[in-house]
Design a protein around this ligand. Structure first.
Ligand code: PLP
Length: 382
């Protein structure tokens, strides 16, 4: 199944992004085992964190995943076209303008305000059916979801409660990536308290970090995202997940820069010795953040060429980066030499750290100009 985003052929572009679906499924199984007997769903919003919604959901379904969380109805529509039987939750809730999509495609909104719940109930009335939905309660992140007072109001409103099918009660952790934060426990306790005031329904609290933080967070259904795609759910601790995303390019040109010569816009990098600079055709137009190059922390961000680290030299341009290959044997580095931007040596968490962001942003920023390939390398026991 192709992604609906068209992708260029490797010969016609500057870099190839490879998504290892076998590793994705191995990550799914690992998360499933960690959270059993809870069921393991998948967060696949934002084009499955930039990895390609259709191939990813199809592959996860083959590994036994039957429940998917998207942000928007449009994303839900794409999952539905790929998986006619899946349970699909729309995290952004009920968008009345798109009500026909929810009904016709059996999308389940995650309802987070009393007003939205009453809109959904009215819509169920119009459809003559108690359509399934999730109810989101806020336990401290203060983003989406009912406050404790609103939970009580809802619990007392029998008509509203009876108007739809309670498929799920959920909440979201603010600091799951920091297992020692006391807020995790407070949120879990409040969640137990709030769900007990509401009609009985399966419960869900854990994102990726929550899955790793133990059974107190698992409830009936867990909904990891980043861990599936190989990002470290708890940066600073060992990453138990397999790498899923690989990005490879080829050198366009290698040039000599004399001592004192500058490289790139703003002339922010200067050669302190006679240098060799390789030009690689991936830039900020491809999601390779401009802030990866910082003259103050020069030498931190880079790529791998022929098994050696080559640091960025100069600002990231729209279509290219420049890297210092002076320390790599000159016969090994020339036009056409392969360059690793993400792979065995460089993780999405490395790039995130270099750019002062998180793996989620690195993945969702991955550009649309890459040739995209899907491979299936991981041993697949099923
Ligand atoms: C994105 C999201 C998830 C998945 O989070 P990860 O940290 O990527 O595992 C789970 N629940 C909600 C509500 C989300 O928005």
């Amino acid at each position: 199944m192709e992604s609906t985003l068209t992708s260029p052929s490797p010969d016609a572009t500057g870099a190839t992004l490879t998504v290892d679906l076998g590793a994705l499924r191995a990550n799914y199984r690992q998360l499933q085992q960690l959270s059993a007997p809870a069921r393991c769903a998948a967060a696949v919003k934002a084009d499955a964190y930039g990895t390609g919604l259709e191939p990813v959901v199809q592959s996860l379904a083959a590994a036994g995943c039957d429940t998917f969380f998207v942000a928007q109805p449009w994303e839900g529509e794409r999952v539905r076209k790929t998986l006619p039987e899946a349970l699909i939750y729309v995290l952004n809730g009920f968008a009345e303008q798109a009500s026909a999509l929810y009904r016709d495609l059996a999308l389940r909104p995650v309802l987070g305000t009393l007003e939205e719940i009453s809109d959904w109930s009215a819509f169920c009335g119009q459809c003559g059916a108690r359509l399934a939905a999730a109810v989101h309660v806020d336990t401290g992140i203060n983003r989406l979801g009912l406050s404790p007072d609103e939970v009580d109001t809802l619990a007392a409103a029998e008509d509203l409660c009876n108007a739809f099918e309670w498929a799920l009660v959920m909440s979201h952790l603010a600091r799951a990536d920091e297992p020692d934060a006391a807020m995790n426990r407070r949120q879990a306790e409040l969640f137990q308290d709030l769900r007990a005031r509401l009609p009985a329904a399966p419960a869900s609290l854990a994102n990726s970090g929550g899955v790793l933080n133990g059974a107190d967070y698992h409830h009936d259904i867990v909904r990891p995202g980043i861990a599936l795609y190989g990002g470290n759910p708890r940066p600073g601790m060992a990453n138990p997940m397999r790498r899923v995303v690989f990005l490879e390019s080829r050198i366009l040109q290698v040039r000599d820069v004399p001592e004192g010569g500058s490289v790139g816009y703003g002339a922010t990098w200067r050669a302190r010795r006679p240098s060799r600079i390789a030009i690689v055709p991936v830039g900020y137009g491809d999601g390779w953040f401009r802030r990866l190059f910082d003259p103050d922390t020069e030498g931190r961000a880079g790529v791998f060429v022929e098994g050696s680290f080559a640091p960025l030299a100069g600002r990231v341009s729209m279509d290219m980066i420049t890297v210092d290959v002076t320390d790599i044997a000159s016969d090994k580095v020339h036009r056409g030499t392969k360059v690793e931007l993400l792979g065995e040596n460089i993780t999405v968490d490395d790039v995130a750290r270099w750019a002062g962001t998180i793996s989620y942003e690195v993945l969702t920023a991955l550009g649309t100009r890459y040739a995209r390939e899907y491979c299936d390398q991981a041993p697949d026991p099923s």
